[in-house]
Design a protein. Structure first.
Length: 618
């Protein structure tokens, strides 16, 4: 049933593009002039660009796939990286993931590919475009979801986690071997050595995070499900009766659409309180996981979708915030389909507190279709929202995938999304900011725009992938780069590319500092070295940067990855002591938030002992 939804949505985008090209009276709108446009072989369609520094030059490279089966690797000046593009031989509807999966200190690129009807592919490539390994999925079912990179087994290395359309969740080490070989219970069969069997298809990208706080990461999934997916013999705690109730019209044996949210352990065991089902609809949008109230605990955010074959229009549509135990923390009846515009999280109002942003489609004809919604952390609507998704000429249509980035330089993030011909931006008051940002691409942008300082000039650039404006040839793609007069700010890029970052992990969670400060341990002319651990509550993998308040506090290295790299601090006795005490601070930023550590240095004539204070969190 999910194949029907995907095919109809593809056709809808193409029809909208052709109609919009022919619309009379479309007024010209001044757009931000692209710095460059890179021609691509193939339309990007659903694919999103990924930004990451793969060659260590402190500039970000761009990776994007097309429906011609090519994945491009471009430098920030649009020149091709050596060895790229690579031909994966299948249509790409996802975003590449970039990270060091082999442990050699250099990032690799992981790609998923295959539409419905294609054989699915999961492949890893070196920075030079050399194929390291590839895996196939079952029964020509494709892979719509993007790969996720996370340390699943706690060995300090990134693993590859993929949700495939063949009903399986796969987990691979950096060499392509299974992270937990044979982990799927025997009653399920081999299932291609999958880690988890869902019993139905998914194209939603999972999240890997420690949602229940037990110190081990979990796997958070959204998927369609089926009345026939009676998996209690595979997963203790699975409620077959709940599945049947959700997937049947009340009091009948008539099928209806249904979906589920589920949390599994890192080794594929169902967590208590899960799964949770949605009756009459599905879960097509990827989940987001966030520490919404900055309490060190993570919440799960979902929006549910629609199946035109087994629909039940009597059922409401929701945006839901879930607690770790499967209970509902907050719920908003949105009464529209959330699919491509999956939840994104970040501060769009400038108050230092994140908001939740989702987009709705027209697959259900309600007043809330084709809107951008923004909520506070309790799912109250932000003033000014919802906003109709329109291109700059006024045509209303479905918004594409959402990113959050400061493109105006005001210090808070704007909402970026594609709609018909354009990539547009809304501010935190629900106003379009065409005067400072608008990209005209020529064909729909269903994938997420990406924003970052890709060339190291301190200013934000935006990259968006689309087709090229040719009615006769929809197979020609384009990658657009726009340079903006907006400086990079600590909170300005909270969800700045598909699934938040280059690892596609769908997380908004502040890093949590665990710091052992040393007091009273410096003498004249001495330098003291301290190493601080930067940890997080998502199981490792958040990228961080650190700055100091004074030149007597030197940081080297001043950036890294939580759970793997330490922050090294050199304290100099040349500090400006007052009454024998010098005070400064270190600020560590990551995931769109920051923490500050106070440094208190005491000068003594001789060191008799080193005094430690207890571990300080946040």
């Amino acid at each position: 049933m999910a194949m029907i939804r995907r095919s109809s949505f593809t056709a809808l985008l193409i029809v909208l593009a052709l109609l919009a090209l022919l619309l009379p009276g479309a007024r010209p709108v001044a757009a931000t002039t692209p710095t460059w446009i890179a021609e691509l072989n193939g339309w990007t369609q659903f694919a999103s660009p990924t930004l990451a520094d793969i060659d260590g030059d402190n500039q970000l490279e761009i990776f994007v796939g097309t429906n011609a089966g090519l994945v491009y690797g471009l430098r920030q000046d649009r020149s091709a990286l050596p060895g790229w593009p690579v031909n994966v031989g299948r249509r790409v509807a996802s975003a590449p993931a970039v990270g060091d999966i082999t442990g050699d200190g250099r990032p690799e690129v992981v790609i998923t590919a295959g539409f419905a009807g294609d054989s699915g592919l999961i492949a890893a490539y070196s920075p030079q475009g050399q194929l390291l390994w590839q895996k196939g999925t079952l029964a020509n079912r494709g892979v719509f979801a993007s790969p996720v990179l996370a340390d699943l087994d706690g060995n300090g290395r990134l693993d590859v986690i993929v949700a495939a359309y063949d009903q399986n969740i796969y987990a691979f080490n950096g060499d392509g071997s299974s992270v937990f070989p044979g982990a799927l219970p025997t009653a399920a069969g081999s299932r291609n050595d999958a880690l988890i069997w869902l019993g139905d298809a998914t194209w939603a990208t999972p999240v890997i995070a420690d949602v229940d706080g037990d110190g081990v990461v979990d796997i958070v999934l959204t998927a369609a499900t089926s009345r026939d997916a009676r998996l209690s013999y595979v997963y203790p705690g699975w409620n077959d009766q709940a599945t049947v109730a959700a997937c049947s019209l009340p009091g009948t044996t008539t099928r209806r659409a249904c979906g589920m949210v589920a949390v599994f352990s890192n080794n594929g065991r169902l967590k208590p309180g899960w799964p949770q089902f949605i009756a009459g609809h599905t879960y097509d949008a990827s989940p987001a996981v966030a520490d919404l109230d900055n309490d060190g605990r993570l919440e799960i955010i979902t929006g549910n979708g629609w199946d035109p074959t087994f629909k039940d229009p009597s059922q409401p549509f929701f945006v839901t915030i879930w607690n770790a135990d499967g209970s509902v923390r907050n719920r908003y009846t949105i009464n529209a389909v959330v699919k491509v515009g999956a939840p994104a999280v970040g501060d769009i109002t400038g108050d230092g507190v994140p908001e939740i942003v989702v987009g709705t489609t027209d697959e259900l004809d309600t007043p809330n279709k084709q809107r951008i919604f923004a909520f506070d952390t309790n799912l109250n609507l932000v003033p000014g929202f919802p906003v109709i998704a329109r291109d700059a000429s006024g045509t209303q249509s479905n918004p594409g995938a959402i990113t959050l980035a400061d493109v105006t330089g005001d210090g808070s993030a704007e909402i970026l999304f594609g709609v018909v011909f354009d990539v547009r931006a809304l501010n935190g008051a629900g106003q379009y900011v065409d005067n400072s940002f608008l990209i005209r691409t020529g064909l729909p942008v269903a994938g997420a725009p990406a924003a970052a300082d890709i060339d190291g000039d301190g200013q934000v650039e935006v990259v968006a992938a689309s087709g090229r404006p040719s009615v006769a040839n929809l197979e020609q793609g384009g990658l657009f780069r726009v340079d903006l007069d907006a400086g990079v700010t600590p909170r300005g890029l909270p969800w700045a590319q598909f699934r938040s970052n280059a690892r596609n992990n769908g997380l908004f969670a502040p890093p949590s500092l665990r710091v052992s400060e040393r007091i009273g341990s410096i003498t004249a002319g001495e330098e003291r070295i301290i190493r601080l651990e930067v940890a997080d509550n998502v199981g490792g993998g958040l990228e961080w940067r650190a700055t100091s308040s004074a030149d007597w506090i030197r940081l080297n290295p001043a950036s890294g990855v939580s759970g793997r790299d330490q922050l090294t601090v050199a304290l100099s006795a040349n500090a400006p002591f007052q009454n024998g005490v010098a005070t400064g601070s270190i600020t560590v930023s990551g995931a769109g938030t920051q923490r500050t550590v106070t440094v208190r240095l005491v000068r003594v004539d001789a060191i008799r002992a080193t005094i430690y204070v207890p571990l300080l969190r946040r």
